[in-house]
Write a protein of this length. Structure first.
Length: 218
């Protein structure tokens, strides 16, 4: 399942069937909750079904860790389609309010130096930033790094030193990170020009998703 990147609907539904059969055949096996939560991540384009799968997974969960993960997933799902309230003082010393970027598509990138995939993604974010006019597109970074120096070295190397970056050195325990239900890196969100959180998982097909949101605003 971890290797099923953007599976087609047939493959995705087959995975769900396998998980549901496992749940039925082994009702006492605690792994069913984790499996359901994992397969739910493949249904980002079907929020209603994703919520049903997550609620089912929560009912079967028997560990605080699994319950916390599912609660995080549900928290993010509750934010979808609504105005994103995101305010912070950037690592550069500026007050940042995502509402000030109304009229632009905003990409919110969650990363840390200790997450190799998210470090690699920073370079891709820079490439995406260069594709779109600044009048219509904005990148915001949310760092889960423990040291400011490490974070700054990373973003400077990626060419993103001028991007507003949130940093408080608290990693997963950051109040802002916890309030947003983040539990995996990299996480890529897209906010539409009206300020609504529209995409919770834009790791793949990022450019086409951005263009789609821009077309909606024309």
């Amino acid at each position: 399942m971890h290797h099923a990147v953007n599976p087609d609907s047939e493959t995705r539904d087959a995975l769900l069937s396998y998980v549901q059969k496992f749940e039925k055949d082994y009702p006492a096996d605690h792994r069913s909750a984790d499996l359901l939560a994992e397969v739910a991540s493949l249904y980002d384009d079907q929020p209603k079904q994703k919520r049903e799968l997550l609620n089912e997974a929560f009912q079967n969960a028997d560990s605080d860790e699994t319950k916390q993960r599912i609660n995080d997933d549900l928290k993010r799902l509750d934010m979808l389609g609504k105005p994103l309230d995101l305010k912070f003082d950037s690592a550069q010393g500026d007050a940042v309010d995502i509402a000030s970027f109304r009229g632009k598509v905003v990409l919110v990138y969650f990363f840390a130096a200790w997450s190799s995939p998210s470090v690699q993604g920073l370079v891709e974010v820079k490439g995406i930033e260069d594709q779109f006019p600044k009048a219509k597109f904005q990148v915001i970074g949310i760092s889960l790094d423990k040291t400011k120096e490490g974070m700054q070295a990373l973003t400077t190397k990626a060419g993103l030193k001028d991007v507003p970056i949130f940093f408080d050195g608290k990693g997963w325990e950051s109040p802002l990170v916890r309030s947003l239900g983040i539990n995996a890196l990299p996480t890529v969100w897209l906010v539409d020009p009206q300020g609504n959180l529209r995409v919770l998982n834009a790791v793949n097909n990022t450019e086409s998703l951005i263009r789609e949101l821009m077309r909606e605003d024309q």
